[in-house]
Write a protein that binds this ligand. Sequence first.
Ligand code: ZN
Length: 222
Amino acid sequence: MWGILYALTKTCSGFDFGVHSYGGLYSRGREEVVRCWNCKESVDGPVCVSCGVIQPLGPSPDLFEVLGVVRSYFVTNEAISVAYRTLTRAVHPDRFAGRSAVERRMSLQWAASANQARIVLLDPLRRARYLATGRADPPESGGPTLDSEFLEDVFEMQMKLESDSAEVYDWAKNHKAMLIEELQETFRVWEAGAGDLDIVEERLARLKYVNNILDSAAELCS
Ligand SMILES: [Zn+2]
């Protein structure tokens, strides 16, 4: 299952996911066979089917590859949830309780990574950022520069929040829909093999402002 899904994933040569571990090979579009560290048979999942030994994960494995889902902005919540359940059953620490310390540690790493992958990838905005930048969250400092026209609009809407919350609500709702549509279009083009994801982080930063205004306006409207 994993091998097939990985074969469909987009190569993302800008990121380094660790070369010699299970989680990093397919993202580089390599055809190499991954061998079990224990029995040397080929493996295409987190646990070797030949000897039942769990395989190592790289230091910062690709979250899509951890779950074994297609590396796409449009991956469905259902696909993520099904993959998560399948994976956690396979790598659950209880299964490796009587095994070596190395295997127990690997199973804990898999379980933690599976959890992180599920949380990040189920959130479409974090998923978008992860695809565009390799990070699930905005940088702590030095984020994208927002254009002054947008910031003026935001300021104006913040000023109008109390006096005209319905108008502000509509503005934020429409603006949010527009930004999400723009993000989707950007990913559609990129996943078709054209364009780039350069605007993603900036649009996500705008969305954060717009979402905050939308929440405030919704509270005042109700
Ligand atoms: Zn094996």
